[in-house]
Write a protein of this length. Structure first.
Length: 365
């Protein structure tokens, strides 16, 4: 039974509930769906464009409380759903089948913690309810098999495509699965690029919301080819606060800007060291370098990770921090960074290419 006055009062009351991630209400952003009123019973859905399973309970509580402030409302039923869609990529680059959003995790140089950041962000997104994959594009130094605690060879049912490996609910593909651990990849750029192209396009990714690419360090052949050919929704730049690392990180950021890939933000590793014995903190690699770079390039500073032995030990053992210590402080930082990335992707322009018909021209027409 329709009740326009009650519906208007409810809509107004629900505007008071603000999304902590976007700063906007759920009514004006059209996230409020299927509002139904029957006598004093109210039911509605809130559709989020990003994974946020850990926030659902608090959100549901806030929405119920807001709805109950309206006179005449007795019972409130709220369903929170997530709908992650494909978003715009570089002009002229086709989307990957069964992959909605591809995010590059890059650095200007090696040794700044890019692979560790990639694996923990992937696990954080998966923990929030997303379907996530990792492509290890660091051909010459593949580390994702070890960090994800996965070994063995990928299977192929048809001899043409390969199945991704999986652990902790995250799909993984790496050249490290196809060669011996101590075998050096003595390949020229074109060979490595072709191998990577095959890994990307011949892997049977299973309906991914996000595919995180652990990019090779620097701005060489492989990194440049990937940034031009792969449909990237955005890129994350990983650096340390050290001036030398920032110098190279600027080059990586500049490369993505030149090929039309949006920068989702900067993650600063090894930001501060805290002595486990006395609690004294020291900025070994300098202070606030990542923040200064973010301000200089007008991009978001997503967060800073401390220099701790636990992060290294957990990654080396095949149980990254987000899995090994899910409720710890460092996991909290990774989850906050992952949430910011997912929200930024959700706010980007959607990709509508799948709605247009494919036009083919044959000789007979």
């Amino acid at each position: 039974m329709s009740n326009p006055a009650l519906e208007a009062a409810l809509t107004e009351a629900l505007k008071a509930v603000i999304d902590p991630n976007t700063g906007k209400d759920y009514v004006s952003t059209r996230a409020l769906k299927n509002l139904r009123i029957e006598d004093g019973d109210v039911a509605f859905q809130v559709e989020l464009g990003y994974p946020g399973k850990s926030q659902h309970a608090a959100l549901r509580k806030a929405l119920v409380a807001a709805a109950r402030t309206v006179p005449g409302v007795a019972n409130v039923s709220v369903e929170i759903t997530t709908k992650i869609t494909s978003h715009a990529v570089q002009r002229g680059v086709q989307l990957l089948p069964r992959v909605k959003n591809v995010i590059a995790v890059a650095s200007g140089k090696g040794g700044v913690g890019k692979s560790t950041t990639t694996v923990n962000l992937a696990l954080a997104l998966a923990a929030e309810g997303a379907s996530v994959g990792i492509l290890d594009a660091d051909i010459y130094g593949p580390s994702q098999p070890m960090m994800m605690g996965v070994s063995g060879r990928p299977e192929s049912a048809d001899g043409k495509t390969i199945e991704p490996m999986e652990n902790y609910g995250v799909q993984v593909m790496s050249i490290g699965f196809l060669v011996e651990p101590d075998q050096a990849m003595i390949w020229h750029g074109p060979m490595a690029t072709q191998a990577l192209d095959q890994l990307l396009n011949q892997t049977n990714w299973r309906e991914l919301d996000y595919l995180l690419i652990d990019m090779p360090p620097g701005t060489g052949d492989i990194a440049l080819t990937l940034s031009q050919r792969v449909p990237l929704t955005g890129a994350i730049i990983v650096t340390t606060p050290q001036d030398i690392a920032l110098l190279d990180a600027r080059k990586g950021l500049s490369m993505f800007e030149k090929v039309g890939v949006p920068i989702l933000g900067i993650v600063e590793n090894m930001a501060v060291y805290c002595c486990p014995n006395c609690g004294h903190t020291e900025h070994i690699f300098g202070a606030d370098g990542g923040k200064r770079m973010a301000a200089e390039y007008k991009v978001d500073y997503l967060g800073g990770l401390p220099l701790t032995m636990a992060i290294r030990e957990q990654a080396d053992s095949g149980r990254p921090t987000v899995v090994a210590d899910p409720d710890g402080e460092v996991s909290g930082i990774y989850k906050a960074v992952a949430r910011q990335v997912a929200v930024k992707v959700a706010l980007k322009a959607k990709d509508f290419s799948a709605m247009f018909p494919t036009i083919t021209v044959s000789k007979g027409t």
